[in-house]
Each structure stands twice: as structure tokens, then as C-alpha cells.
Design a protein around this ligand. Structure first.
Ligand code: NZQ
Ligand code: ZN
Length: 391
């Protein structure tokens, strides 16, 4: 196990009607003038936005509003939010909705005190020392942005989808009412399920040894996600299943399942290019990329995949042919994604074979190098081969 620092500073208010506490919590965390930032209407339709307004008014907290965040949130709205916050002297940002609204809220939060173009931060990823605090109310169990240190924004100029990370952008509080996810279309629920599984797998695909505790915790969370996924697909209003999925999404990405090990985020990097080029949902893109990534990397990491197959899918180990067990485990993930209505091929996603050279060239590699990831270091040719396995 590697040395690590772990700090998950977010205060969680979890359960029914917890959104009614938003005024009280905002006050507790020092907000006096709030920007309520949200997406394209789901929070209006569900009544959440009105409840938030009421709660802030009851706590005598002033607020301004900016809606319109699109899935794969755009830089243009972040610029608008930064300007609005500066004009209105906003000192607290409340992101309400899915990961996109929350990521956009985080981008505004770093952009307001930054003396320059906020996009520089996403391009160059410098350390920052100032941020406006962010609180969240999540309505989609998926990204873990409610506790994560990252934000992913799409810059329309050049259609680049880049992430920025800083410990300072972990939300100070997150309100999590599983009932707020009842209204999700099945497709979005499924996208969220794939995303949270992928956040665990990207950490699980590691060569670091002696991480048995983290492995077993990861396997338990994955099993729980899969079981509860079937329940919510059959009954979207099953409170218990929605609650378990919601908390799983947070644990999948607050890094408790990633500490002490080298992590591999290659599938996410490959997916971000799909979202940037075709504007597809992040989880749907991952459902296509992940099985391909697993097939490509399995031959050199057979026993890792055998462990995954055995412990998550309860598959018996074929000691004479461990590769067979590993492949069955990968097939189980692929079948699961299909069963919950996710695409698993480029064609189903609307991606095109002829775009593979462009996608491959655009994949962002940390430090501008030529090798992506740690688990199985990938060259550009390897990346291209993985995209080809998605066909
Ligand atoms: O815009 P509205 O009207 O709110 O509708 C949204 C949107 O159309 C809808 N929705 C959300 N909650 C709903 C609902 N519809 C009905 N009922 C509800 N309760 O769902 C659609 C998708 O929302 P979005 O926020 O885009 O989805 P998600 O939460 O999956 O977020 C995806 C974004 O987060 C990024 C992704 O790349 C993508 O841009 N990620 C952020 C991460 C982070 N900050 O840590 C990590 C992830 O790996 C990911 O990259
Ligand atoms: Zn993700």
C-alpha cells in the first residue's frame, strides 16, 4: 500500500426532506448571498427549486439564480455565472441537480476569485488557493461530484472536455434525498449506475499490491450497485434501492476506495473525447469504452480480472484456464450494461469508426506525454485499438 492523505470534508445531510435544511446549512457554512445554479428544468418540474427558495428565504439568505446548465456543462455558462456572482457579490454557490449543474457550480466557484480566464485552470491545472464555497443538492446518483475534488467542463471553442481538480472544490455540504431521484428517466439512472461502477473500476485497475482492504470494500460496493440497479430498474420508486445507489455513488468517488494505490483513469479519458465529439451522456460513453478497455488490458493482468470475476460476479475460477474466468467477468459487465439499457458499441452510441484517428489524437495525457495510465500504460496506438474494440 502507498502512503496517502485522505480528507473528505463534505457534510452530508442524507434522507427524506433533507432539502428543507438548505437554508440552515448554507447559513452554518457562512453563505450570506447565494447563487442557485441548476440545469434545464428538472428542478423546476420537481418543485425542488421552489423548496430551496423557500428554505433560503426562511433563513433570511439572499439569492440570485442561474439555470440552463446542459449535460456536459459548457464554459459559456460558467463565464456568465462568474460575471453574475461578481456583480451581485455572491459568497456561496449552491449547485442543484445532476453532476453537470454541480460541476458548473464548482467552475464558477474557482473562476470568481481567479484573476484571469477560468479556462486557464482547466487547461493548465495549477494549484489554486481561493474558491467560493459550494453546497449541493443532488438529484442524480452518478458522478459523485457531491463529494469529489473535481469538475469537468466542455469548452465550446475546439470542443474540449477537460477536468480540473483541487481539494478546495469539494463541496462543504451535500444534501442527498433519494426521493429526488425517483423522477429520473431509466436511461439517466442507468448512466449513473455505469458511472459509479467505473469510478470504482478505474481505482481497482491498479498494480499496487497489499490493498486487500480497499479491494474488498470496492468489490462490496460494486456488488451492492449491481443488485440495487436491478431493483430500481424494476421499481424506480424503491426508496431503499435508490438510497443505497445514492450513497454508493458518493463512496465510489470521494476516494475512500482509491487511497494507497496508483489509480488508472484511462477509460474516463477515452470517454471524455466521445462526450466532447458527440455530446453523449458520460455514463453511456463509459458503457461502450469500459468493456473494450477491459478486453484490451486483460491478457496482461489476468489474475486481477479473475479476482474481479470471482468476487463481484461469483464466477468459479477455472484454475486450468484463468483467462476464461477473466473473460467471463468482463462479459458479465457487458451483459449487465445491456440489461440496464446501455449501449455497448460505437454504433449504438452514435459514434463513427472514421472518427477514431481524431478521437485518438485528442485524448488528453497528463503532462502532455505519450503514455496514458499506469495499470497498463497505453500508447496512442493502444488507445486506437481500444476504440476499435468498441466497434
Ligand atoms: O438539466 P436538467 O433538467 O436538470 O436534467 C438533467 C439532465 O438532462 C436530468 N436530471 C437530473 N436529475 C434529474 C433529471 N431528470 C429527472 N429527474 C431528476 N431527478 O439528467 C440529465 C443528465 O444530468 P447530468 O447532470 O448531465 O448527469 P450526471 O450527473 O451524470 O453528470 C454528468 C457530468 O458530470 C461529469 C461528466 O463528465 C458529465 O459532464 N463528471 C463529473 C465528475 C466529478 N465532478 O467528479 C466525475 C465523473 O467522472 C464525470 O466525469
Ligand atoms: Zn465518471
Amino acid at each position: 500500500m502507498l502512503d496517502f492523505n485522505f480528507c473528505s470534508p463534505t457534510y452530508f445531510a442524507f434522507g427524506k426532506k433533507t432539502e428543507e435544511k438548505v437554508g440552515e446549512l448554507t447559513k452554518k457554512f457562512g453563505g450570506t448571498k447565494v447563487l442557485i445554479h441548476y440545469g434545464q428544468g428538472s428542478v423546476e418540474r420537481s418543485g425542488l427549486l421552489n423548496n430551496v427558495r423557500k428554505s433560503l428565504q426562511q433563513s433570511e439568505i439572499e439569492f440570485v439564480e442561474l439555470g440552463g446548465v446542459k449535460p456536459n456543462p459548457r464554459a459559456s455558462l460558467v463565464y456568465e455565472g462568474i460575471e453574475l456572482c461578481r456583480k451581485e457579490n455572491v459568497d456561496f454557490i449552491l449547485g442543484i441537480g445532476g453532476g453537470s449543474a454541480i460541476d458548473s457550480a464548482k467552475a464558477i466557484a474557482v473562476g470568481v476569485p481567479y484573476d484571469g480566464d477560468f479556462w486557464d485552470l482547466y487547461e493548465q491545472r495549477p494549484e489554486i488557493d481561493q474558491v467560493i464555497p459550494v453546497g449541493t443538492i443532488i438529484t442524480l446518483a452518478a458522478t459523485g461530484s457531491e463529494a469529489s475534488n473535481s469538475s469537468v467542463i466542455t469548452q465550446e471553442k475546439g470542443w474540449k472536455k477537460y477536468g480540473f481538480s483541487s481539494e478546495l472544490i469539494r463541496p462543504v455540504f451535500s444534501i442527498m434525498n433519494p426521493e429526488l431521484t425517483y423522477s429520473l428517466p431509466p436511461y439517466q439512472t442507468a448512466c449513473g449506475i455505469v458511472d459509479m461502477l467505473s469510478h470504482i473500476l478505474e481505482r481497482y485497475f491498479s498494480n499496487t499490491e497489499e490493498v486487500d482492504l480497499t479491494d474488498r470494500m470496492s468489490e462490496a460496493v460494486m456488488k451492492s450497485i449491481i443488485e440495487n440497479a436491478f431493483t430500481v430498474m424494476n421499481n424506480p420508486q424503491d426508496y431503499g434501492a435508490r438510497a443505497n445507489l445514492m450513497w454508493a455513488g458518493t463512496l465510489a468517488h470521494n476516494n475512500i476506495l482509491g487511497v494507497g494505490k496508483e489509480q488508472d483513469w484511462s477509460s474516463h479519458q477515452l470517454e471524455h473525447e466521445l462526450s466532447a465529439l458527440y455530446d453523449v451522456a458520460h455514463g453511456a460513453g463509459l458503457a461502450v469504452v469500459l468493456p473494450a478497455y477491459m478486453k484490451f488490458t486483460m491478457p496482461k493482468h489476468v489474475m486481477r480480472y479473475v479476482q474481479l470475476a470471482n468476487r463481484v460476479w461469483n464466477l468459479d475460477i477455472n484454475f486450468d484456464n484463468p483467462q476464461e474466468t477473466a473473460s467471463k467477468g468482463i462479459a458479465a459487465f457487458e451483459t449487465f450494461f445491456q440489461m440496464i439499457g446501455m449501449p455497448t458499441t460505437f454504433a449504438e452510441l452514435g459514434a463513427k469508426e472514421e472518427d477514431i484517428p481524431q478521437l485518438t489524437a485528442k485524448v488528453r495525457i497528463k503532462g502532455g506525454g505519450d503514455i496514458l495510465g499506469f495499470f497498463e500504460p497505453l500508447t496512442r496506438d493502444d488507445i486506437s485499438s481500444i476504440y476499435r474494440l468498441c466497434l
